[in-house]
Design a protein around this ligand. Structure first.
Ligand SMILES: [Zn+2]
Length: 224
């Protein structure tokens, strides 16, 4: 089966994904500010309309293109986890009772667009199943494509500079580890994602890795 997932990479550093569904395209993450144009161009080449934007988490290098995409695509749905929604608009940056009281790290620019809806783990967005993966941010999620078990893992793992979890700073690509909120929570999420036995790992930073389970095991061991 040809994959229905197309990667758009900005500056060789950060990815958005176009996930083709029967009703059009789900854009997963939007890269940085100014990143909307390349996403629109990729959708045009696929000949499909963008019908929704689903975000793994609220960091600026994942949500930077949302406002410009929304300006060009009236009626597009904008979806994020209930927990990261207030971080997306910067309406409430406080931690909740019961959460690890670690410091929020990384860039939360706060965008103009409010989500049109929020989701919870276990819900489906087209073919994508929402998987809880907190730790990098409090409401970080991954998306599992139930058609071919590609795991769009956001910043739970990166593959730039080798497969690594964001529970520990990877000296070869420190960005995601440095921006992680709760390292202990992130490590548990990395284990839960590995247990899904994905066929491919499609991260926010780095290339898509086929048959990633052994590399995920090594990454977890390194961070433990
Ligand atoms: Zn991030």
């Amino acid at each position: 089966m040809t994959s229905q997932i197309h990667r758009v990479c900005r500056l060789g550093l950060v990815n958005a994904y176009l996930v083709v569904e029967d009703d059009g395209i789900t854009v997963v993450d939007t890269t940085i500010k100014g990143g909307g144009k390349a996403i629109m161009k990729a959708a045009h080449e696929l000949g499909q309309p963008i019908v929704r934007i689903a975000l793994t988490h609220a960091h600026g290098d994942h949500v930077g293109g949302v406002d410009e995409l929304v300006a060009s695509l009236p009626g597009v749905a904008v979806l994020i986890s209930e927990r990261d929604a207030p971080l997306l608009t910067k309406s409430d940056m406080s931690l909740r009772p019961g959460e690890p009281q670690d410091k929020l790290r990384g860039g939360y620019p706060g965008i103009k667009t409010a989500p049109t809806a929020t989701f919870e783990p276990g819900e489906r967005i087209g073919s994508l199943e929402v998987i809880a993966a907190p730790g990098h941010t409090p409401g970080h999620v991954a998306f599992l494509d139930t058609r071919d078990r590609t795991l769009l893992c956001g910043d739970a793992y990166s593959t730039l500079g080798g497969v690594a979890t964001s529970a520990k700073v990877n000296p070869r690509f420190p960005l995601v580890g440095v921006a992680t909120w709760s390292r202990a929570t992130e490590l548990e999420s990395a284990k839960a994602l590995r247990a899904l036995e994905p066929s491919r790992l499609a991260p926010g930073h780095g290339k898509i890795v086929d048959d990633p389970v052994a590399a995920m095991d090594a990454a977890i061991a390194k961070a433990s």
